[in-house]
Design a binder for this molecule. Structure first.
Ligand SMILES: [Zn+2]
Ligand SMILES: [Zn+2]
Length: 340
C-alpha cells in the first residue's frame, strides 16, 4: 500500500507499507480526497507543537469504509464517510468541562501523533467517522472538516441580524466563513486579500465586496471582523476596523511566537470583544448536515487534485500561493486541474 510519510521535519517520502491494523472500535477507510491546508505545511516544517515523526499527513479526509472493528455499530463496508481528525483524552480538566478542543493531550490524525489519510487505506476511530449520503460528492465533501472549524468559529460570534462582516483572507477558510455569514445574520460581507488572484474566487462565489485592502471598501467600520489569514499585518489592520460594540475573531493560525499591536483604549472605550476559535468542537456532525444541505458552493473552491506520487508538487504549489483548495486523492492514478 502506497503511503506518504513525513519521516522527519522537512523530509518527505513515498513508501510501501502493509495495510493499517484496526482495533475493535476502529474503521478502515479507502481514502477518496484529502484537503491540504496551512496546518500540513506547519507540520512538515516542524512548526506544529507536539508532532511526532514519522507521521502520515492528511486531516481533511473522506473515503469509503472497507472494514469495521468487531465493536463498531452503525457503520458497514461500503459506507461513505467524512472523518473528524480530532481525538482527545477524555480525562483532563478541559475534556471533563466540555471543552474537549482545548484538551491538553489534543491529537489530530495526520497532525500530532496518529497517522492521517495520505495513504491508500487509513484507520480512524469509528466515532470520528460520519456517514454521508450515497449521493453526496465524496471528493468535494473533504471540505466538511474545515466547515466544522468554521461552525465552531460561528458558535463564538454574536450572530445578530443585520450585521456587517469583514473577512481577511480569500482562501478556503475565508470563503467558508463568508458563505456562512448570511446564515448568521450578515447584511453585508466584505472580503480582503492582498493576493488579487484569490479575490477572483470570492467574486465567483458572489461576493462583490472583494478588495486588496479594506481602505478600498465603501464601508469604514464593521460589526464583525474575522481574520482567516493568521498574518500579523491583517490582524492589526482588522482590529482597527471593528466598530464600537463589535467583535474581532482570531480564526487563522498565527505563528506561535508572533505578537500583534492594538490599542487597549479602543477595546475599552468601544467595548470590543476579541476571541479565538480552535479547530472543531461539537461541530463536525453539523458540518456534515450543512454541507449536505448545500451551505457551500464547492465547485469554484477546489482547483487541483494530486496523486500520492505528486504530493511534493502539491506542497510546492501550496507554498507558492497558487491555486485554490488543493486535494490529495490517494487512490487516483493521475493529478487533475479543475480550475486554472
Ligand atoms: Zn486543515
Ligand atoms: Zn483531555
Amino acid at each position: 500500500m502506497r503511503t506518504v510519510v513525513f519521516e522527519a521535519v522537512g523530509k518527505l517520502a513515498l513508501v510501501e507499507r502493509p495495510e493499517p491494523e484496526i482495533g475493535p472500535k476502529d474503521v478502515l477507510v479507502k481514502a477518496a480526497a484529502v484537503g491540504m491546508c496551512g496546518t500540513d505545511i506547519h507540520v512538515f516544517d516542524g512548526e506544529f507543537e507536539g508532532t511526532i515523526y514519522p507521521l502520515v499527513p492528511g486531516h481533511e479526509a473522506t473515503g469509503e469504509v472497507v472494514k469495521v472493528g468487531e465493536a463498531v455499530k452503525g457503520l458497514a463496508p461500503g459506507d461513505h464517510v467524512a472523518v473528524n481528525p480530532s481525538t482527545t483524552c477524555g480525562e483532563c480538566e478541559y475534556c471533563l468541562n466540555g471543552q474537549a478542543n482545548l484538551c491538553s493531550a489534543w491529537n489530530g490524525l495526520g497532525v500530532v501523533a496518529s497517522d492521517g489519510a495520505c495513504q491508500e487505506l487509513f484507520a480512524a476511530p469509528a466515532t470520528n467517522a460520519y456517514k454521508l449520503k450515497p449521493e453526496t460528492d465524496l471528493f468535494q465533501a473533504a471540505l466538511i472538516e474545515p466547515l466544522g472549524c468554521a461552525i465552531r468559529g460561528y458558535d463564538l460570534l454574536p450572530r445578530r441580524m443585520g450585521q456587517h462582516y469583514l473577512i481577511y483572507g480569500s482562501g478556503t477558510m475565508g470563503l467558508i466563513m463568508a458563505q456562512l455569514a448570511p446564515r448568521a445574520g450578515a447584511v453585508s460581507v466584505t472580503i480582503v486579500d492582498t493576493n488579487p488572484e484569490r479575490l477572483k474566487t470570492a467574486r465567483e462565489l458572489g461576493f462583490d465586496l472583494a478588495f486588496e485592502s479594506a481602505d478600498d471598501a465603501p464601508a469604514t467600520g464593521w460589526d464583525i471582523v474575522i481574520d482567516c489569514t493568521g498574518t500579523i499585518a491583517a490582524i492589526e489592520d482588522g482590529l482597527k476596523r471593528v466598530k464600537a460594540g463589535g467583535t474581532f475573531q482570531n480564526f487563522g493560525v498565527a505563528p506561535a511566537e508572533a505578537f500583534a499591536d492594538y490599542s487597549p483604549f479602543r477595546i475599552y472605550r468601544g467595548e470590543v470583544t476579541i476571541n479565538g476559535s480552535m479547530a472543531v468542537h461539537n461541530s463536525f456532525g453539523r458540518a456534515v448536515d450543512m454541507f449536505e444541505a448545500g451551505a457551500l458552493n464547492p465547485g469554484p473552491m477546489i482547483s487541483n487534485s494530486f496523486t500520492l506520487e505528486d504530493y511534493s508538487k502539491a506542497l510546492d504549489m501550496f507554498r507558492s500561493g497558487q491555486g485554490r483548495k488543493l486535494q490529495i486523492r490517494p487512490n487516483d492514478t493521475e493529478s487533475k486541474v479543475f480550475v486554472s
